[in-house]
Design a protein around this ligand. Structure first.
Ligand code: C2E
Ligand code: CA
Ligand code: CA
Ligand code: CA
Length: 278
């Protein structure tokens, strides 16, 4: 805003007004998109490092915009988080993932778990454990078919609401993954106390693997400490055969990345699974 000569606040600031208007418009578009089922999940396989066998897949949301094409999550998740829409999106993601599993089961595909990303903001709002339990019951799915990824940074505050949601999910039998591990400052012992099952090391560290000795040493330290504490390790952002080979040498449990497969729509994922079986 601006002040006039007498120190009084002048309301109208065209730039600010444009910004607010476009945020409001974007929020309304996002609400419409939710109602028109334009938010859809793509799936990216996660495989065992040594055998290459499919272990799980990550659900990654996209906005399938009729004019603008595919809008990536980083272009609308932050707005959803700041405008109170994130819980609706989070519920939609869980609903879609469970329905997808049920559909694949009906088609005779052997099921592997789907891991969903849950925003820290959504954890603060609560209700995820209840929504997930209801969806699992509705589709008669065991709880180990859904895994939850939560970013390392969310763990730092040890916020009461987040902790109680995490234990609610754990009681259901859902595996908990620490996403973007290595980008925050949480200690492994803290994560073990929170009974996290899996460390998903941020792709920045995978990128360093083939480039420097330090990159390798860092990863190796994470793997051995995680294993000593009973957690398993996933590397994300695996883009080369070389990275995959090093991760196998280091004993990293599972890998995910463009070198294995890009995120893809459900029908492509089903074909990928059929080929992987054959
Ligand atoms: P993330 O959870 O860390 O997801 C990994 C991101 O890396 C995804 O980007 C994925 O497509 C991308 N990726 C996968 N393999 C590779 C690779 O080999 N190299 C590189 N450079 N990138 C790779 P995406 O789908 O654009 O998602 C970005 C972020 O948006 C996610 O980061 C996650 O934080 C958020 N997000 C995605 N889906 C959801 C969702 O359903 N709910 C919430 N709350 N957040 C989501
Ligand atoms: Ca993730
Ligand atoms: Ca990540
Ligand atoms: Ca991330």
């Amino acid at each position: 805003g601006k002040t006039d000569g007498k120190g009084q606040y002048r309301f109208f600031d065209p730039a600010l007004y444009e910004q607010i208007k476009s945020r409001t418009r974007l929020k309304q578009h996002l609400i419409d998109a939710i109602e028109r089922h334009q938010l859809q999940l793509h799936y990216q396989p996660r495989v065992a490092t040594h055998s290459g066998q499919l272990c799980s897949m990550e659900a990654l949301v996209r906005w399938m915009h009729p004019e603008q094409g595919i809008i990536p999550p980083l272009d609308f998740i932050p707005l959803a988080e700041s405008s109170g829409l994130i819980s609706r999106i989070g519920e939609l993601v869980i609903t879609q993932a469970c329905a997808q599993l049920a559909q694949w089961r009906a088609q005779g595909l052997p099921l592997v778990p789907i891991s969903v990303n849950v925003s820290p903001k959504q954890f603060l709002q609560g209700g995820i454990d209840r929504h997930l339990a209801a969806q699992l019951t509705e589709h008669q799915l065991p709880a180990n078919l859904i895994e939850v990824e939560i970013t390392e940074s969310a763990m730092l505050g040890e916020h009461e609401s987040i902790l109680s949601q995490l234990s609610g999910l754990r009681e259901l039998g859902v595996k908990l993954h620490v996403d973007d591990f290595g980008t925050g400052y949480s200690s492994l012992s803290q994560l073990q106390k929170l009974k996290m099952d899996v460390l998903k090391v941020d792709k920045a560290f995978t990128y360093q693997l083939g480039l420097s000795a330090e990159g390798r040493v860092f990863f190796q330290a994470i793997v051995s400490m995680a294993h000593a504490l009973g957690m398993s390790v996933v590397a994300e952002g695996v883009e080369t055969a070389d990275q995959w080979r090093i991760l196998d040498e280091l004993g990293c449990n599972e890998v995910q990345g463009y070198f294995i497969a890009r995120p893809m729509p459900a029908p492509d994922m089903a074909n990928w699974m059929r080929q992987a079986q054959a």
